[in-house]
Design a protein around this ligand. Structure first.
Ligand code: PLP
Length: 423
């Protein structure tokens, strides 16, 4: 049964901001007892079992939390500068990447036809796994259908009842969900607090333990203290699992990631998860680590076993993106330089990679600022609860390696007109 440690000083406002139901207050799901109506018959059916959705929508609207899907043009509009997407290196439309996807689809078909364990594994998937492992500096990799399923598969295969997962309070929803699904004890530690990680591990009572963090936090854009986390984890015999979703392609020489940059990539007690959907411009995810870990995941990771293999086009695209990254290692430094410029423009904290977080406060002014930018031709992300903690609604700007000086001049004017400034 899942249990949540209360030993660590958890900032309850932020600890579980990524999910509507806080991970730290997880409750067991039990079947509600039905009371038999007088006479012993079945209860009268409710008129509309989804009627509550309207009330719920009204509450979200009142709190400024309604979300709308807006159309995206098939081709980038020259009039729109995109500071909202995660295609940090501009590889999503790179000819080599698009052609890699098309060639793979022509050769292998549109889909993977089933789980790779059932209908077979293509040489293309294995080629990608070797290329990814080589690039990020790990002995082995296993590809999943997304970064989300990579995190779910990895953490649930590595931790279970009797184990401890120490998870940063600002970890991504996929990590929060993985912690819940694992049925391990979960200690949520304040953001970036290595002493709290030490305290959680030192409390003992666990069979195996792992510490999980993002390398670059997806909403705040800051870096995890990887070297200190690793030293602490190692001192306690715990594994360090690092989600490099926003590190791959951007941090370290040639975008090899934060673990490579910290000299931790090939350590036997370090595991990485990545997504192929951000700097690599496509779709998919992977877990990287020792060969024995890959074997373990093939046998036990439910999101690998019970999920259709990543579509060939996505595999071909990722291979193309890695080739471009190898040929143009300067792309990673270019995007970091643009991110630093965006931060300077807005008074936001210096970013560790491509994500610049301009905290506004309440949701309404954040939404209004994002709309004002869009109306002037600059698309920015707008993050509100439950994606970020209450009171920290923000504009999330993402730098791209292909932003020009002329783009930056336009962005400067638009931000001034829309009063985009970190509070
Ligand atoms: C830190 C982090 N991990 C995992 C994911 C999930 O990746 P994917 O979109 O490939 O499922 C994301 C995506 O937003 C992320 O930001």
């Amino acid at each position: 049964m899942s249990r949540t440690l209360a030993v660590v000083t958890v900032d309850s406002a932020t600890a579980n901001a990524r999910s509507a139901t806080p991970a730290g207050r997880e409750t067991d799901v039990s079947v509600a007892k039905t009371t038999s109506p007088p006479g012993g018959g079945r209860p009268a059916p409710a008129a509309d079992p989804l009627a509550w959705l309207a009330d719920n929508e009204r509450d979200r609207r009142a709190a400024g939390l309604r979300r709308a899907l807006r159309p995206r043009a098939a081709h980038p509009t020259p009039a729109l500068i995109d500071l909202a997407g995660n295609d940090y290196l501009g590889l999503g439309r790179h000819p080599a990447v698009v052609e890699g996807a098309a060639r793979a689809a022509r050769t292998w078909g549109a889909g993977s036809t089933g789980s790779r364990l059932v209908t077979g594994s293509t040489t293309l998937h294995e080629e990608l796994e070797q290329a990814l492992a080589g690039h990020v500096g790990f002995p082995a990799a296993l590809v999943f259908s997304s970064g989300y399923t990579a995190n779910l598969g990895c953490l649930t295969a590595l931790a279970g009842p009797g184990d401890l997962i120490v998870s940063d309070a600002l970890n991504h929803a996929s990590i929060v969900d993985a912690c819940r699904l694992s049925r391990a004890t979960v200690a949520i530690t304040p953001h970036g607090d290595v002493d709290a990680v030490h305290a959680a591990l030192a409390a003992g009572g666990w069979r195996r333990a792992l510490v999980v963090t993002e390398s670059v936090f997806s909403a705040d854009g800051d870096a995890a203290p990887l070297a200190r986390l690793h030293a602490t984890a190692r001192a306690h015999g715990a594994l360090l699992v690092v989600d490099e979703a926003h590190g791959l392609g951007v941090v370290g020489p040639g975008g090899r990631g934060a673990l490579w940059a910290a000299g931790l990539a090939s350590e036997p007690d370090v595991v990485a998860t990545v997504t192929l959907s951000k700097a690599l411009g496509g779709l998919g995810g992977a877990v990287l680590g020792p060969v024995a870990l890959r074997d373990h995941l093939v046998d036990t990771a439910r999101t690998f076993i019970f999920d259709t293999g990543l579509a060939p086009a996505n595999v071909g695209a990722a291979l193309g993106a890695l080739t471009v990254l190898r040929e143009q290692p300067e792309l990673a430094a270019a995007v970091r330089a643009r991110a630093a410029q965006l931060a300077a423009l807005t008074g936001a904290p210096a970013p560790a990679a491509a994500v610049v977080s301009v905290v506004i406060g309440d949701p309404e002014p954040a939404v209004a600022a994002a709309a004002a930018c869009l109306a002037r031709g600059v698309a920015v992300g707008c993050f509100r609860p439950p994606t970020v903690p209450a009171g920290t609604s923000r504009l999330r700007l993402t730098a791209r390696a292909d932003l020009t000086d002329a783009d930056l001049r336009v962005v400067t004017e638009v931000f001034a007109a829309a009063q985009v400034r970190a509070r």
